[in-house]
Structure formats: structure tokens, C-alpha cells
Design a binder for this molecule. Sequence first.
Ligand SMILES: Cc1cc2nc3c(=O)[nH]c(=O)nc-3n(C[C@H](O)[C@H](O)[C@H](O)COP(=O)(O)OP(=O)(O)OC[C@H]3O[C@@H](n4cnc5c(N)ncnc54)[C@H](O)[C@@H]3O)c2cc1C
Length: 373
Amino acid sequence: MEPTAEIVIIGAGVIGCSTAYHLAKAGITDVTVFEMDQVGAGTSSKSASMLSMQFGRDPLLARMAQYSYGRYMDFEAELGSPIDFRKTGWISVAAGEAAANLRRHAEGLQSLGIPTELLTPDEVKYRYPELNTGDIELGTFGPDDGPFDPHMIMWGYVKKAAGMGVTFRQGEKATGLRIEAGRVTGVETGSGFIGTSTVVNAAGPWAAEIGRWAGVEIPLTNRTRTIVMTGPLPDIPADRPFVEDETVEWYFRPETGGVLMGMGNVPAKSPEAALDSEMVNKIVDHAVHRVPVLEKASLLTAWSGVRPLTADGRPIFGRLPGLDGLLLNCGWGGMGIIQAPAAGQLMAELVRDGRTSTFDTDGLLFSRFVEPH
Ligand SMILES: Cc1cc2nc3c(=O)[nH]c(=O)nc-3n(C[C@H](O)[C@H](O)[C@H](O)COP(=O)(O)OP(=O)(O)OC[C@H]3O[C@@H](n4cnc5c(N)ncnc54)[C@H](O)[C@@H]3O)c2cc1C
């Protein structure tokens, strides 16, 4: 007899792992997760590992980040796994048009009750003496943000979900959907067919490929971002905040004795990112300008990852019109780790109740990209 599952999830990145856990928590444990590589091998292992409420540029996403932040603060109590969060804060700096945007953004966050201070360049310098603040006009500070460990998060979800009955099949690729009379009846995989009436597409930068099996073009705009890590650099204390230079979209934060820096918004040729060495040079050039002491740093390692973005910056969540049984939980762009608790909770509500209740997700539907007839 062919195997079956009530729900099949494609992808065990942070979104697939959170979805699996939240389904089990909602009482739906006949769930099989297919991961073509290993848990977290996709974009979720390439990130800057920041938990932030300063990130959301859109009120719905900012409120979802607030919700997810609260869930992360309870993560260890709820799941029994630590996430290694350190509340070091987030400073943004900007000049020119970017400064005007940053001010508007900060005021928006303040109106939602998200702690955000406006800083003069001198106040930025006081908080972060190693920064060159000569050419900045405005800074902001979010005290609650900081780095955490995406692997601990994913494995926390996996261990708890597996303990509740969810099956994780790593190293097994989903290769197609079986569709009969407008509804999903199963998934073809490298190791055979599995019958199911509900598939969750949590394939991150690969999500468009799964859509094509159903004849649907999921409008992801995958973009490559590069991270550079330096060797030990005692000049930058380990408790310094994350800093984003909004004018050029460059950021850095302390990491394992040195610093981690990131930059890049380059159209991705494929969901598998090769190292963008041109971007490594740009990152280093800007580093020396913004933080002159980084001139002394050695380059330890670098990698590029693919952010599965969308045209309006919102994820694509929920049902596909005209096809029963394929649910989307993708397009989480540059905030998938931050938003994973919300993404999983909302999908569990949709599956269990037929609608979401923690947030109204109508504005995240695939149909917003479809031209009205
Ligand atoms: C450089 C960089 C920095 C970032 N920094 C941050 C940050 O600080 N904070 C933050 O919140 N976010 C950050 N992000 C974004 C974040 O990493 C993503 O939003 C998040 O990881 C997306 O998770 P996902 O589960 O959707 O995708 P993924 O982690 O890519 O998971 C999808 C999984 O699906 C699997 N898969 C695909 N196709 C198939 C198939 N056919 N069969 C079986 N398995 C399949 C893949 O192997 C993969 O493991 C950053 C991203 C980058 C690139």
C-alpha cells in the first residue's frame, strides 16, 4: 500500500520546521516533511541570525514581528530548547533620502508601541564610538533586538515536532504533485509516491519550482546577499549592537570575537547561491569607511545566500485560487527567521480551522498578484 500523510510539507528550513511544530501543537500530527538536503541547509543557514522588531516596514509585518518576538522569548519554556538570544540592540544610520525614510519608519514603529529611539549623529557616536558618524544625518536605536541561533531554533522545532509524531524525511526530494480534478492527491518524491490531500509549500527560494508543478507561477524575486566574517578583533566589544547603514544597505555586528558583515541585493540566477566575490570587496570597502578600525581585521570566511523576496515585501501565504490542497508559506524574504513563529502558527490555524485568527492574512494571499478580470 502507498504511504499517506494528512499533511505533507516540502522544505525543512525555518518556515517548514515551524509549520511542522505548530501543526503538531494544534493536534495535527500525521505530518511528513520532505527535505531534499538536511534540516536548515537552504537559506535558513545563510542568514545574519538577527531577531528584530526594527525590520518590518509594513504595519502588518511589524505586528507579526512583535508577536514572533514574544513567542521567541518563551521558546525555551515552550519547546525545551535554548535559542542563544542576546539582547544587544539595533542601530540604524542614514543620510539624505534614506534618513527621511528612516525617520518615517521609526515613527511608524513608535506608533505600534515598538521601542525605537531617534538619535543624533553625536548620540550614535556616544553609543558606538568605533563608528565613523561624520557623514550620517540620523540614527535610530531599537533596544530589544539581537542575534540568536537559527540552527537551535530549527532543531528545537524538529525535536519537539518529531516527539509529537511528525516524520522528517531528510535527503528526500519532492519531485512533483499529483493533481486530480483540481485537487492535490499526493506528492511524487525521489523515493516514491505519498498520498495526501494537503501540501504546504515551504521551499523558500525553491518555492516557485513547486508552483510550476501545478502550472502556477509564484512571483518570487530571489535575490542574493553576501556575508563576510572576520577573524578576532578585540577593538569591537562583543556586546555592541547590530548596525545597519541604510544608505547603502550594509550591516555588521560582533560575532565570535570578530564581526559579521552583510550586504547585497543582487538578482539570483538560481536558488543555490555561489559566493559573490565582487560583493565581498564592496562589503570590505564600506566596512573600512564606516568602522575604520575594521582595517585591522582579517577575513575569516564568506558566503552568499538567497532571499526569497516578493514585489511588495510581503510573504505569500495561504491557498492558491483554483487548486485545492496546495498551501503556500513562502516568500519570507529577509525576515523568515524573525517571522517563523507567526508563519507556523498561522499555517496551523489555516489547516485546522480553515482560516487564520492570530492575524488577518488576506493581504498575504497569492491572489494579490493576479490581475482582476
Ligand atoms: C545573507 C542573508 C541574511 C539574512 N539575515 C536574516 C536575519 O538576520 N533574520 C531573518 O529573520 N532572516 C534573515 N534572512 C532571511 C532568512 O534566512 C529567510 O527568510 C529564511 O531562511 C527563509 O526560510 P525558508 O524556510 O522559507 O527557506 P529555506 O531555509 O531555504 O528552506 C527551504 C528548504 O526547502 C528545501 N527544498 C526545496 N525544494 C525542495 C524539494 N523539491 N524537495 C524537498 N526539499 C526541498 C531546501 O533544501 C531548503 O532547506 C537572511 C537571508 C540571507 C540570504
